[in-house]
Design a binder for this molecule. Structure first.
Ligand code: 13P
Length: 340
């Protein structure tokens, strides 16, 4: 492992105005997204859709990295240029999702643990050959009314994240460490803060035990936010302040960047929250985005699988990237949604 190289990749991903486009939907997830716009999930449609994303004019100003799925890392543009090569040529760093999904954790009803460690060293070596410079692994933590997540569920996920991160650094790939506390459920923002704190505390303790170098990784957490079914939704400022407070307590300053997931927030809310956090002033780490749905929902809605809508779809992507780029500096206001 060359720590200087890891650091420079991590820093480039969260350079000024920049964040991450998460386009790493697994085959079942992209099928769900395509179903919502009545597009069949064939290999060619998936390829074409990703090509529309990756060739959109101007996004390289705001997108430092793109997370790809295994199939996409191996696909090419119409002209035969492999996607990782296309992205790298535009100054966008290609990354790869390497987890194999969350499964029920044995003997812990309701908890899940993410699989994919077996054979990971060999897969990482191949991904590196194919052009990936960073990786992603997502742990899923669900909150319920009473006993979820269990303390052991948190520990098992933190352990898997740390083993993954250590393997990535060994292979010379920057690990994006993603412990996602889900926003499903009726819990308030207070409960989300307590659980997020427990999760981050456990994750950084395990990363440290596993000798992961914090300077050569990125953290992809949830924002601290009320559950979707909660009757008491916190305001934008409260979400920003609670999230930053929680992260400052548990995320070492050596971590170069925090790239939030959107987790089911609307595109506008995700941008608003990111903006409010950056408007609070300088933080120990870069505070940026690694959005999937919050960048892509407007693109899918504009495209609807039709070639005549490709330009509109690409404009929709550029708009979201640009507004999130402004939110990186605390320069976004909602009125820009209409103007843009
Ligand atoms: P969302 O922004 O849609 O939550 O997706 C981000 C992601 O990569 C989840 O793993």
């Amino acid at each position: 492992m060359n720590l200087d190289e890891l650091k420079s990749v991590a820093n480039a991903i969260v350079a000024r105005q920049k964040g991450v486009l998460a386009a790493d939907e697994s085959s079942p997830t992209i099928k769900k997204r395509f179903d919502s716009i009545q597009v069949e999930s064939t290999e060619e449609n998936r390829r074409r859709y990703r090509e529309i994303l990756f060739t959109a004019d101007g996004i390289e100003r705001y997108v430092g990295g793109v997370i790809l799925f295994d199939e996409t890392l191996r696909q090419c543009t119409r002209e035969g240029v492999p996607f990782p090569k296309l992205l790298a040529g535009r100054g966008i760093i290609p990354g790869i999702k390497v987890d194999q999904g969350a499964k029920a954790l044995a003997l812990c009803p309701g908890d899940k643990v993410t699989e994919g460690l077996d054979g990971l060293r060999e897969r990482l070596a191949e991904y590196k050959q194919l052009g990936a410079q960073f990786a992603k692994w997502r742990a899923v933590i669900e909150i319920d009314e009473r006993d979820l997540p269990s303390a052991f569920g948190i520990r098992a996920n933190a352990h898997a994240l740390a083993r993954y991160a250590a393997l990535c650094q060994e292979a010379g790939l920057v690990p994006i460490v993603e412990p996602e506390v889900l926003m499903d459920g009726a819990h308030g923002i207070e409960r989300c803060e307590v659980v997020t704190a427990q999760v981050l505390q456990a994750v950084f303790a395990e990363l440290d035990f596993h000798r992961v170098q914090f300077e050569g990784m990125l953290l992809k957490p949830n924002m601290v936010i009320a559950g979707k079914k909660s009757v008491q939704q916190a305001g934008v400022q409260a979400v920003a302040e609670t999230t930053i407070r929680c992260l400052k307590r548990y995320v070492p300053a050596a971590v170069p960047g925090i790239v939030f997931l959107s987790g089911g927030q609307s595109a506008e809310d995700a941008t608003d929250h990111l903006n409010a956090m950056n408007a609070m002033g300088a933080h120990p780490w870069q505070v940026s985005f690694s959005y999937g749905r919050a960048l892509q929902a407007p693109v899918l809605a504009a495209w609807r699988g039709q070639e005549i809508h490709v330009a509109a779809a690409q404009r929709a992507l550029l708009k979201r990237c640009r507004l999130n780029g402004l939110a990186r500096d605390g320069q976004y206001v909602r009125a820009m949604e209409e103007a843009a």
